[in-house]
Structure formats: structure tokens, C-alpha cells
Design a protein around this ligand. Structure first.
Ligand code: BJW
Ligand code: ZN
Length: 274
């Protein structure tokens, strides 16, 4: 059966749910001015994912990868949460949510690394950043692995101003490694604390438990092309739960959803959760 776009029917399902998860992607932050990865205007249209978002890419050129992530940090630092973040923040507050959905739990599992949901509310034990965080600076030395949450702008002097190169699509491969971000404990080269292709996402055990008990999965602003996040909705449905997709465009597997709300999630989400 084709997914329903009926918001009242969705709200009936929402009210009857007990363990709700949301799986979010780049579309959640698009209205805050943070580019998505795929599709029109997506980062992977301009830059090669294998060079910039794999451990092998970093090993080959830490300089190129740091310029890319420095640029992304600067964009995220200037961004403010949009209406979709605010709707999720409000819904995550148990005092507000339980007026709509009594005795329920809610966890936002985000693939986004921009930290924007974190900025939107103060009380957030229910946020899982499965692809890490842009502002984590992580030691590459396996024996150390120290990670510092650091919002310093720029993250190091050598990267200052290189954001213009990124905007023009020309990166400088020549930046000396010794001037790139270093571990504040052991002094070795640091890397962005994000999860690249081929790496295991964060908090997998916690996520698996949440997915296994979820009876409703909201899929928000993700192309649902990257595993394992793309499979959570399917798993929830397999165990008898419901799935609602909020996306500007059609996304992978959305024809199987119970509900499909096409349009900017900053509009559709506030209506659906309101
Ligand atoms: C809006 C909107 C608006 C816009 N309102 N909507 C072959 C087959 C199958 C799998 C694999 C394979 N080869 C390798 C794999 C695994 C691989 C994978 O899935 N690759 C596929 C691409 C094929 N996955 C991994 O390697 C992962 N690790 C893993 O699998 O480990 C094994 C393991 C798992 C579990 C247990 C044990 C072991 C790691 C994946 C890491 C992904 N990293 C990145 C970079 C992170 C750092 C950074 O930000 O730079 O994560 S890649 C990039 O894609 C980023 C995103 O989080 C991720 C997902 O993208 P997202 O968020 O969906 O963005 P878009 O741009 O794709 O979509 C945006 C959507 O928004 C669109 O639909 C728009 O329409 C919509 N939209 N405006 C509503 N206003
Ligand atoms: Zn270290």
C-alpha cells in the first residue's frame, strides 16, 4: 500500500506509540544553511567522498581533509537551529511530549555532526550522534585516542582563511602536517572526530537496543543510502512498528513507509509533532 500523507492519521499512530525514535540526516540542518551530501548543491557533487571521508583519504592527505572539515566547522559555528530542530527539541522534553504521547520515550539518532540539535535545547540525554561530532578533535595515535571537544575558530592558525579555497573548489595540499591540529595530550596528529566510510558508527549497542524496542520510527531529511542508519526504519517495520518519512524529495525505501510527508521538514515536522 502507498504511504499515507494524512497528518491526522499519523497523529493517531503517534499518540498510540510508546517507544519513538527519529533517524535524522543532513536535510534536518539544510534550512540552517548547512549543505547536504547528495543531490543538488550536495557536498559530494563538488568533492570526492573517498578522498575526504575515509581513513585512507586522511592517511593520504591530512591537509586536504582538515581544510574540508575546518570549512564545515566554520559553517556550523555560524548556523542556528531551524524550526525542525526546535520541534524535535520540544518533543524531546518529556514534560511537553507526555502531554501528547503519555508514558513515551523518544530518542533522536542523528547522522549529523553539526551539533545543531544540541544547541537548541539544554536538556538532551536523548540525542545520539552516531557519526560523531565536527567539534571533536581526536588523536590518531591508537595508544592515546584522546578526544577534545573544541569549538575554537579557527581550529588552528594554519587553516585560517582556507575556507575560501573550499568554497572555490580548490584545496591546498601543501599545508605542513606539523601545523595541523595536534593532540593536546601527546602532541601527535589529530583528526576530525567524525565517522568515515568503513568505520564503525558510535553507540551501536545503545542504538540496536533502541531500534529493537521502537514502535515508531521517524525518518527525517536523510537519503537513507548510508548504512547502518538506512536500515533502522526497515527493522522497526519488521517487528510490527510504524515508519513516517519527512523529506523534501523521494528517498530510498520510502515507498515502504506507513506515512510520507513530502516538503521541507522545518514545516512538516512542526505540524506533525505539534
Ligand atoms: C530535506 C531538506 C529539508 C534536503 N527537509 N528533507 C556496499 C553496500 C552497502 C553498504 C556498504 C557498501 N559499501 C560500504 C558500505 C557501508 C557504508 C555505506 O553505507 N556506504 C553506502 C554509501 C554504500 N557505511 C559505512 O561505512 C558506515 N559504517 C559501517 O557500515 O560500519 C560497519 C558496521 C556497522 C554497524 C555495526 C558494525 C559494523 C559508516 C558510514 C559513515 C558515513 N559518514 C558520512 C561522513 C560523516 C562525517 C561528515 O559529516 O563529514 O556521514 S558520509 C555522509 O552520509 C555523512 C552523513 O551522515 C551520511 C548520510 O547522509 P544523509 O544525512 O542522508 O545526507 P544526504 O545528503 O544523502 O541526504 C539529504 C536528504 O535530505 C535528501 O534526501 C534530501 O532530499 C533531504 N532534504 N533538504 C527535508 N529542508
Ligand atoms: Zn594523543
Amino acid at each position: 500500500m502507498a504511504p499515507s500523507g494524512n497528518i491526522l492519521a499519523f497523529q493517531d499512530t503517534l499518540h498510540a506509540s510508546r517507544n519513538i525514535i527519529a533517524v535524522a540526516g543532513a536535510g534536518l540542518s539544510a534550512a540552517s544553511g548547512i549543505p547536504t551530501f547528495r543531490g543538488a548543491g550536495g557536498i559530494w557533487r563538488k568533492y570526492d567522498a573517498i578522498s575526504l571521508a575515509t581513513p585512507e583519504g586522511f592517511a593520504k592527505s591530512p591537509s586536504l581533509v582538515w581544510q574540508f572539515y575546518h570549512y564545515r566547522r566554520e559553517v556550523a559555528l555560524r548556523a542556528v537551529p531551524n524550526k525542525a530542530h526546535l520541534a524535535l527539541s520540544a518533543f524531546s522534553l518529556s514534560s511537553l511530549r507526555n502531554q501528547i504521547v503519555p508514558h513515551s520515550t523518544f530518542t533522536l539518532i542523528t547522522q549529523n555532526v553539526d551539533g545543531l540539535k544540541t544547541v537548541a535545547a539544554s536538556e538532551q540525554p536523548d540525542l545520539i550522534e552516531m557519526h560523531g561530532r565536527l567539534f571533536d578533535v581526536q588523536c590518531t595515535n591508537k595508544k592515546c585516542q584522546y578526544t577534545l571537544f573544541d569549538t575554537t575558530s579557527p581550529v588552528c592558525e594554519a587553516l585560517s582563511g582556507t575556507e575560501e579555497l573550499v568554497e572555490h573548489g580548490t584545496l591546498d595540499p601543501e599545508i605542513d602536517q606539523s601545523t595541523l591540529p595536534r593532540c593536546s595530550k601527546c602532541g601527535d596528529l589529530a583528526r576530525p572526530g567524525v565517522v568515515w566510510f568503513g568505520e564503525i558508527p558510535r553507540h551501536m549497542k545503545e542504538i540496536d537496543k533502541l531500534v529493537q524496542k521502537a514502535d515508531l520510527c521517524l525518518v527525517i531529511g536523510t537519503s537513507s543510502t548510508v548504512q547502518p542508519a538506512a536500515s533502522y526504519a526497515y527493522e522497526v517495520q519488521e517487528q510490527g512498528g510504524k515508519v513516517a518519512v519527512f523529506n523534501l524529495e523521494r528517498s530510498e525505501g520510502d515507498e515502504e513507509a506507513d506515512y510520507l510527508f513530502m516538503g521541507p521538514c522545518e514545516e512538516t515536522l512542526s505540524k506533525a509533532l505539534g
